[in-house]
Design a protein around this ligand. Structure first.
Ligand code: ATP
Length: 453
């Protein structure tokens, strides 16, 4: 990578998205190949790690994890770089299988507020193409669209995401072309050991409860595996530790918003619920949970607007046990994704985390005990009072008692295997960090953040 910055070099922000399909390829791999080319053939200086920004996970037309890429560089060869990016996006995207690539280029030191707000919304709302195009034209962002060009939304959102607040890192290793599609051979015991040895500085490497490796995808895409953690040094060394026998193409460290709950930061009043939105809701349980076929738990909530919504806790999250103990009046916070409630054509709130804020008293009416012998009395029939079957003593009314509640205040998260990319693992609470954006002070990146084998 170049360390030399010539006098007339300027800060350029490159965003791209929607280059892959479920059949193969991967936008992070395109970033890896792009960086390989930019660093060997141009004067590019990277002013930040490549960003892997996960956007609203409820967008139905996403391929997998709704990830978009942003590269921030200093260069005086912008037109040459654009020419290369356009070529690689056109030739290396999987348009034959439904990819709709978009490329966004913005040059300037500072990211305009309107673009940052656009990115913030892309985390929890659905943005229309026209809105993205209008903003791009107002801010002089150059756009390049292929297919339907939907990728420009993610491309622009990634540029506007400075990730100045909480962030994590992922070292992603890529396979050589000849290995794509073959089974990934990973030493499970190494991953399990790594998970213990690097705690709490890595996350979601291994689900010890289900004895499952979480670092590798299963599809035909070029990713061999990815190690997520708190700093570049940890993720790079951890990656070296689990390096397979299979010869790899190389690896790259991304700075990301994975594991930060960034999509659940906005409070979503129930009156603003729309399909595909994300956020959190402070609400009261208004209908006791029922367990339906498949072990999913359904209940109903309302907030101060008095609007009511059905809530679903799906069985694979493992949150059904705690959710099924809720009763009317419990006060909770839920991180949610909104989806269509078929066949009712309304919305349903799908729980991503459950936080119990206030436990309601559960009052139940029981047959009174006999004051003489202490035995529970028997009912004499409707409105006829109660009688002790041993000594014949009588009482008129039921006794109200408070049932002990078998639950505790606190936050409950899904099983690791059910975490989304953005889900914040429990041990990361309190580990949040910052990364101020200072385009004119070049922070050195970790020397091994990019490796071609
Ligand atoms: P991968 O994670 O494997 O790279 P993906 O899951 O990111 O794939 P894409 O193929 O990139 O999926 O498709 C996501 C599409 O949704 C892109 O076209 C992107 O521009 C668009 N998109 C992302 N966020 C939003 C949003 N908030 N509103 C509208 N469209 C969005």
């Amino acid at each position: 990578m170049s360390n030399h910055i010539s006098g007339d070099s300027k800060v350029v922000h490159i965003g791209f998205d929607d280059t892959d399909s479920t059949e193969g390829r991967c936008t992070t791999n395109l970033a890896f190949r792009t960086i390989s080319k930019l660093s060997s053939e141009t004067d590019s200086t990277f002013i930040d790690y490549p960003l892997l920004v996960r956007l609203n996970p409820n967008i139905p037309w996403k391929t997998r994890g709704n990830g978009a890429i942003c590269l921030r560089i200093k260069t005086d060869q912008l037109s040459q770089i654009i020419e290369y990016l356009v070529k690689i996006l056109r030739t290396e995207s999987d348009m034959a299988n439904g990819a709709n690539p978009g490329l966004a280029i913005f040059d300037g030191d500072n990211i305009p507020l309107a673009l940052r707000q656009f990115s913030k919304r892309a985390m929890y709302d659905v943005i229309k193409m026209e809105e993205a195009e209008k903003l791009a034209s107002q801010l002089s962002i150059q756009l390049f669209k292929y297919g339907k060009g939907l990728g420009i939304i993610g491309a622009m959102a990634s540029i506007g995401s400075l990730l100045e607040g909480d962030h994590t890192y992922e070292a992603i290793a890529y396979r050589k072309d000849e290995h794509h599609g073959s089974t990934r051979k990973i030493d499970k015991s190494k991953v399990s050991k790594l998970n213990i040895d690097t705690y709490p500085f890595t996350f979601n490497c291994f689900d010890s409860y289900h004895d499952r490796v979480l670092i590798a995808p299963h599809g035909p895409d070029p990713v061999f595996c990815g190690i997520r953690g708190e700093d570049p040094q940890t993720v790079v060394s951890a990656l070296h530790y689990v390096m397979p026998v299979e010869k790899l193409e190389g690896y790259m460290v991304f700075r990301t918003n994975q594991g930060t709950n960034m999509h659940l930061q906005n409070e979503l009043p129930l009156k603003e619920i729309r399909n595909h939105k994300a956020g959190y809701i402070r609400c009261k349980v208004t209908k006791k949970p029922i367990i339906i076929r498949g072990g999913h738990v359904m209940f109903e909530v309302s907030d101060i607007s008095n609007k009511k919504y059905p809530v679903a806790v799906y069985e694979p999250t493992g949150l059904g046990n705690i959710a099924s103990k809720l009763i009317e009046g419990d006060e909770i916070d839920i991180g949610i994704g909104v989806s269509m409630n078929n066949p009712h054509s309304s919305s349903i709130l799908n729980v991503e985390y459950l936080s119990i804020l206030k436990i309601a008293k559960e009052i139940v009416n029981i047959n009174p005990p006999c004051s003489k012998c202490g035995k529970r009395m028997k009912s004499e029939g409707k409105n006829k009072g109660f009688q002790c079957k041993i000594c014949g003593d009588k009482k008129g009314l039921k006794l109200s008692v408070t049932n002990p509640r078998d639950m505790q205040l606190g936050i409950y998260l899904p099983y690791l295997k059910a975490h989304r990319h953005l889900t914040k693992p429990i041990h990361r609470f309190g580990m949040e960090k910052t990364y101020p954006y200072m385009p004119n002070i070049i922070k050195p990146l970790h020397p091994d953040w990019f490796k071609l084998f």
